[in-house]
Design a protein around this ligand. Structure first.
Ligand SMILES: [Zn+2]
Length: 439
């Protein structure tokens, strides 16, 4: 009889994550074979115990564990069932204990099913994308899959020469041996598991000049012209957001455009991925190019501690779209807000923004209403105080974990106003409030 593991870190993404420890560093050495989409290698996790425990639970989906070893604790036994790799220890570990877990594993990675669909490692026509939000990280490496556990990474990935690998952080090594090439990326800033990614394809890589950090665009040769046009304003966008939100949080920004069309673009730490269908100049594509970039501040540097606070990512990214609309000569943020308020008002008002259910995690209303909260706040505190607050929020919580309560406290502290009623109505009650008059 197998028993499901009850350990749970987040109510909206059940059966992922272990609150009893935190990972400080992931070291991955993986080999991917195009034929059969086969992944093999080993992961070394350096972790610190946060509460006394006799077991450590890792998440790993569909792949098979070959060998497992533990340093810093005695491993009594382990088992791997239903995506949970459970390490039973010979004695209780005290908080603060440091443990190294090494897992050798192999198999055919598959996206992880969840309440809002599949996520994770996904084969393309000729390559791979990893789109892990919110629960897909265990599709390619063993991890403590809760968003509040942020760690540094070294991601080594060996693929057939001819493919390009893009992963999070700096490319520190590219080593060719016979028909294979190893790409090593290092992510020095703490990163949540769902933001870890590897993008593999037959790509060209081209720098975009003029930004305050290196910006690179990676794409198949056939899309050169479309990408040059579609992403022509990427650098300008980055500079505009730097002005609104403060310094870009990471060492570089990379845009990957896949040869395949993709249903939606996605953000990862330090990079974003777009399908070929988004290399366009119309607002429908441009707003998403802005949206994904803004997640570097809102989602990647500042990351929710619990998935119920998803509006702290998506509401802010949606508001960034409106800011870019105004900056790029489109409707003003205020005009965008009025239009979206009207649209939202016509929809069912049965969603609590600060606590959506597991199937509403990426409901369109989270994005729009989340952005409207910011417009309501801006109208209440005034433009200068609003943008000061945004920059202070980003600076004070850089690379950290955040909650709704952190944000409302920061807003009250920076504005000196009692915003309790405003946030209660916008965040904690389902009925859509009217936008307040301008201050
Ligand atoms: Zn988003």
């Amino acid at each position: 009889m197998s028993q499901a593991v009850e350990v749970q870190a987040d109510a909206l993404v059940p059966r992922h994550g272990d609150p009893s420890y935190g990972v400080e560093h992931y070291d991955l050495d993986l080999t991917w074979k195009h034929l059969g989409n086969h992944l093999s290698g080993r992961a070394v996790l350096d972790l610190v115990v946060e509460r006394p425990t006799r077991r450590l639970v890792l998440d790993l989906h569909a792949l098979t564990v070959g060998k497992l070893s533990v340093q810093g604790a005695r491993l009594a036994q382990w088992n791997h069932r239903q995506g949970r790799l459970v390490l039973k220890l010979g004695s209780e570990l005290a908080a603060g204990s440091r443990v190294r877990v090494t897992v050798a594993y192999a198999g055919v990675p598959r996206p992880v099913p969840g309440p809002d669909g599949e996520a994770g490692w996904e084969e393309l026509e000729d390559g791979v994308i990893v789109a892990s939000q919110p629960h897909g990280a265990p599709s390619w490496f063993p991890c403590n899959d809760r968003p509040s556990d942020k760690a540094t990474y070294r991601i080594g990935l060996t693929v057939a020469s001819g493919y390009t690998v893009v992963a999070n952080g700096r490319l520190v090594e590219k080593r060719a041996a016979s028909s294979r090439t190893t790409w090593v990326h290092v992510q020095d800033q703490p990163m949540a598991t769902y933001l870890a990614t590897a993008q593999i394809g037959r790509y060209l890589s081209r720098p975009l000049n003029g930004a305050s950090v290196p910006v690179t665009i990676v794409h198949p040769a056939r899309l050169t012209a479309a990408v040059a046009t579609g992403f022509a304003r990427q650098v300008e966008m980055l500079e505009v957001f730097t002005r609104f939100f403060g310094a870009y949080p990471f060492d570089s920004y990379t845009v990957v455009v896949t040869d395949d069309d993709l249903e939606i673009p996605l953000e990862s730490q330090g990079l974003s991925t777009f399908g070929a269908n988004y290399a366009r100049t119309d607002w429908g594509a441009q707003r998403l190019i802005a949206h994904e970039l803004s997640h570097q501040w809102f989602g990647n540097s500042l990351t929710l501690a619990h998935w119920r606070d998803i509006w702290l990512h998506e509401g802010f990214a949606c508001y960034a779209e409106w800011l870019w609309s105004e900056e790029s000569g489109g409707p003003s943020a205020a005009e965008q807000a009025r239009r979206h308020w009207t649209r939202l008002h016509a929809q069912p008002q049965d969603l609590v923004l600060a606590d959506p259910g597991p199937t509403e995690l990426f409901d369109d209303r989270i994005y729009t209403r989340g952005a409207l909260v910011l417009q309501a706040l801006r109208l209440t505190v005034g433009d200068a105080a609003f943008f000061d607050l945004l920059r202070a929020w980003v600076a004070e919580h850089r690379y950290g974990s955040i909650t709704t309560a952190d944000f409302t406290a920061a807003a009250a502290a920076h504005s000196g106003l009692d915003l309790g009623d405003l946030f209660r109505r916008w965040l904690h009650q389902p009925k859509l409030p009217a936008l307040p008059p301008a201050r």
